[in-house]
Write a protein that binds this ligand. Structure first.
Ligand SMILES: [Zn+2]
Length: 70
């Protein structure tokens, strides 16, 4: 829903010029997607997930070792 830069009137999405004063409206900008932070070819969240999984696995193994009957 572009707002006229000239008169500040709200315009419908499909309007290319302001219905009130005829000023050409700026094109509605699509929402910018945040670029994921890349680390060695993989997004950072992948590494976070991997790290968490590793921690969980290690913790689980340590727990197993401790609870294993002798
Ligand atoms: Zn206008």
């Amino acid at each position: 829903m572009p707002i006229c830069p000239n008169c500040g009137t709200w315009n419908p999405d499909d309007k290319r010029v302001c219905w009130r004063c005829g000023t050409p409206l700026p094109k509605p900008q699509p929402k910018k997607r945040r670029k994921p932070i890349m680390l060695w070819g993989m997004p950072l969240w992948t590494w976070v997930v991997l790290a968490l999984m590793t921690i969980v696995l290690l913790a689980g193994q340590c727990g197993l070792m401790q609870t294993m009957p002798h």
